[in-house]
Design a protein around this ligand. Structure first.
Ligand SMILES: [Zn+2]
Ligand SMILES: [Zn+2]
Length: 175
């Protein structure tokens, strides 16, 4: 394999993983089947961990398996595992770190794409419960204005606004 092969596999895997994560988040985690674990992520956290972290453990388990199989038989699969690991790191930095501040410092992006990503995911958490949520991706975030329009259309934004004041605002407050 030339050097281009591995690079291509890693980049493609990261892109595909965003699609996989979006789908799992939208239809499994927010579905009847997966909400049991994911619910903890939409509630206040007690202690350093939440049940939802088990999803990360499952994904880590899959990549360990791919590393093992790839290392033994299929080199390309080993690079897929590298891509999955890279996606996991990106996910950790932007979702757990940037948005939910599960690290010992506070940094809120004020401009550019990171701000949009931050706000979009806060809006994902603006809805209580598992239905009517928006923005299921973790690395790609749709424009924030469109998300707000959808939340207003389903009555979520106005509702939250009167009940919790500013709590819905994506650039402030906690979950
Ligand atoms: Zn969610
Ligand atoms: Zn979140």
């Amino acid at each position: 394999m030339s050097v281009l092969g591995p690079v291509l596999i890693v980049v493609l895997t990261v892109a595909v993983m965003e699609g996989v994560a979006y789908s799992v988040h939208r239809w499994i985690m927010h579905g009847r089947f997966g909400w049991g674990w994911h619910k903890s992520h939409h509630e206040d956290r007690h202690g350093p961990f939440e049940k939802n972290d088990l999803y990360a453990v499952v994904f880590a388990g899959v990549s360990v398996l791919l590393f093992a199989l790839g290392g033994r038989w299929w080199p390309w699969m080993w690079w897929v595992a590298v891509g999955m690991t890279a996606y996991g790191l990106i996910y950790f930095v932007v979702h757990d770190g940037l948005v939910h501040q599960r690290w010992p410092f506070r940094y809120v992006p004020r401009r550019g794409y990171l701000r949009r990503l931050y706000q979009a995911h806060r809006l994902h958490h603006a809805v209580e419960g598992r239905d009517d949520c928006v923005s299921f991706g973790f690395v790609y975030a749709p424009p924030v204005d469109g998300l707000k329009t959808r939340l207003r259309a389903s009555g979520v934004l106005a509702q939250r606004q009167s009940r919790h004041h500013d709590a819905w605002r994506p650039d402030r407050g906690e979950d």
